[in-house]
Design a protein around this ligand. Structure first.
Ligand code: C2E
Ligand code: CA
Ligand code: CA
Ligand code: CA
Length: 278
């Protein structure tokens, strides 16, 4: 026993206790926030690059605190996952989306709503029942729904993943591979999974500077998707040059700050009505 050793031990203990206390408080906070309806869907428009009209939206969660503070998902999403709150949070979000978008979706039959899934919700298959219980018989039909799973993490049990995909496809919903190109997908992977849409990640769209200067990675992803008959959504489009480049390559659907940021329901509905396809 040295004094230094004791001090170090004490320091570690104090830090561990602090960490535990902090995570407990945060766990309680997030749970309370979910119960209090503070976790809200924001909506980012997906635009048709040829017509400039709205084809759909992506649902992006925000924690809107009572004091008006708006917390982005990066601050609590990992935590939701480890604390077992991911599924209740997603369910609450899906229910709000149903209420928010039922009218729009029944008025515009081609309108698509994209919802991000947690890997655990997808992996254990319970998402299939949840989709049915929330959207079954609602004004949002299954064919208007897209569920996004991220490529950043591998789906380790391919057979289980395939079963869930099949059940989802049976309902009529579609599945998008989010963050495409950043992780594990290759041709075979996307094909065996039966992915319907790939979302080309912002890091690749960022490489497009000039409409006349080819970006091989982007071209490769587009060619691969086409080969497999998979639809494409380009994300993180911030400049006119990027939009022009993508349009010239035949990419139809895009989202990004060039068109609109994620926004609360009211402004989103105003925009959706202004940009309704005829
Ligand atoms: P993501 O699914 O890749 O969503 C795209 C992110 O890029 C969003 O950040 C969006 O606001 C942002 N974005 C869109 N267009 C642009 C652009 O032109 N420029 C820039 N710089 N950013 C753009 P956000 O809303 O902070 O979400 C971050 C991530 O959190 C999402 O990335 C997604 O992985 C996760 N997430 C968000 N909402 C949910 C949810 O409801 N469930 C789950 N499981 N994950 C969610
Ligand atoms: Ca997404
Ligand atoms: Ca994405
Ligand atoms: Ca992304």
């Amino acid at each position: 026993f040295t004094i230094g050793g004791c001090l170090l031990g004490a320091l570690i203990l104090v830090l561990a206790l602090q960490f535990a206390r902090r995570t407990k408080i945060r766990s309680f906070d997030l749970e309370r926030g979910i119960m209090a309806g503070e976790l809200k869907p924001y909506y980012q428009p997906v635009i048709n690059l040829r017509t400039g009209k709205l084809t759909g939206c992506e649902v992006l969660i925000r924690w809107v605190k009572r004091n008006g503070e708006i917390v982005p998902p990066g601050a609590f999403i990992d935590y939701a996952e480890v604390s077992g709150l991911a599924i209740p949070m997603t369910l609450s979000l899906m229910e709000q989306v149903r209420g928010d978008l039922e009218t729009l979706c029944s008025e515009v039959p081609d309108f698509k709503v994209s919802i991000n899934l947690f890997e655990g919700h997808f992996r254990d298959g319970s998402v299939v029942d949840d989709i049915q219980s929330v959207f079954g018989g609602s004004g949002i039909s299954y064919r208007q729904l897209v569920f996004e799973i991220t490529e950043r993490r591998p789906l380790d049990d391919r057979n289980a993943a395939n079963r869930v995909m099949t059940a989802m496809h049976k309902l009529g919903v579609r599945i998008a591979m989010d963050d495409a190109g950043t992780g594990h997908s290759n041709l075979a992977y996307l094909q065996t999974l039966g992915i319907d849409i790939i979302k080309i990640d912002k890091i690749f769209i960022d490489m497009i500077k000039d409409p006349s200067e080819p970006v091989p990675v982007v071209d490769g992803l587009i060619a691969m998707a086409r080969e497999l008959d998979i639809d494409i959504i380009a994300e993180g489009v911030e400049t006119q040059e990027q939009a022009l480049y993508l349009r010239a390559k035949g990419v139809v659907n895009a989202q990004g700050y060039l068109f609109a940021r994620p926004m609360p329901l009211a402004p989103f509905l105003t925009l959706a009505n202004a940009l309704k396809p005829q």
